[in-house]
Design a binder for this molecule. Structure first.
Ligand code: 6CS
Ligand code: FE
Length: 307
């Protein structure tokens, strides 16, 4: 048997669940760009593993973005592609991936300095898009996302080496306590939960609809929630939530009449490009995880909406 350097963040092997301390910083030194966050905002992000910036985008911008997402979600040319993920047991669109390449407006959004420079400030380097998607949770029928750490999946299935990525969720509708808002576990980004179970082939096809592998066990989850509680983020459309790649999060289904829609961008540091997936897994397709060549993001110079 050959002995290799063990992976600190191993998961989904034969071993039982475990909780491992995070090794990497949360806010990296040497910020790039205009540094929009002040010290107390950076501290809040570092302590909690997330930060809400209310009302970052105005009503006109929100309307344009939402219109764009709604148009994509009914466009037969898009619905026939692998990028469109439908709910289990119905044809309702749950997510559309790679929206930063499918939509010119969202291509501009990911470069908007209001969000890009937050990512570059926290990650302390230039960044690129590891993944983008629109999530739709229509009124009455929108489905949940079970608790998970994104990094667990990106590390195991995409070969992302370190915790040096973050998600940016732009709210396109008001999020209230009733319509399945994002729930986060404050402080959970400091612990990595090693999960049980073995990854099935082509796992992404199932997991993007209902994740069952790479989700934390109830004991670990309870422990982290006992420590940090759960925060449900309620905020107006146009607000933005930034959260660390290892912050535990999830959201409930939407049985309210009010739809929930948002655009997610996963910014990854250019110092943290993905390698091979773990355990000999087949790499996930490019619309779910960027690998190989990618553009390094530069801030947009003009306004988001071109006149
Ligand atoms: O598998 C993934 O990459 C993703 N899955 C979830 C449930 N959240 C983040 C990410 O889009
Ligand atoms: Fe997630």
């Amino acid at each position: 048997m050959t002995v290799t350097m063990s992976d600190l963040y191993t998961s989904r092997t034969e071993r039982t669940a475990a909780i491992v301390s995070r090794q990497e910083p949360v806010v990296y030194p040497d910020p790039v760009g205009s540094q929009p966050l002040n010290k107390s905002q950076l501290r809040e992000y570092e302590d909690n593993g997330f930060l809400l910036l209310p009302d970052l985008f105005n009503a006109q911008e929100v309307q344009a973005l939402l219109g764009n997402v709604e148009a994509m979600s009914t466009d037969p040319g898009i619905l026939s592609r692998e990028e469109a993920v439908v709910e289990k047991g119905s044809q309702a669109v749950r997510s559309i991936f790679r929206v930063h390449e499918l939509s010119e407006l969202i291509a501009r959004l990911v470069r908007d300095p209001r969000v890009l420079d937050v990512a570059r400030q926290i990650l302390g380097s230039d960044v690129y898009v590891h993944q983008s998607r629109a999530n739709l949770k229509p009124g009455f029928t929108g489905k949940e996302f079970y608790w998970h750490s994104d990094f667990e999946t990106w590390h195991i299935e995409d070969g992302m080496p370190q915790m040096r990525a973050l998600s940016c969720s732009v709210l396109l509708t008001d999020n209230n306590v009733c319509n399945g808002p994002l729930m986060l576990v404050p402080g959970s980004h400091r612990q990595f939960i090693s999960c049980t179970g073995q990854t099935p082939d082509n796992h992404y096809k199932e997991s993007l609809r209902k994740q069952e592998y790479g989700v934390p066990d109830p004991i670990s989850l309870r422990l982290l929630v006992d420590q940090g509680g759960i925060e449900a983020i309620t905020a107006k459309a146009g607000s933005v939530i930034f959260f660390d790649c290892n912050t535990l999060h999830g959201s409930a289904s939407n049985i309210s009449p009010w739809p929930r829609a948002n655009v997610f961008t996963v910014y990854n540091s250019v110092e943290n490009c993905v390698g091979d997936p773990k355990q000999g897994l087949t790499p996930r397709p490019a619309h779910v995880a960027t690998r190989g060549q990618f553009p390094v993001l530069t801030p947009l110079s003009g306004p988001l909406l071109e006149s």
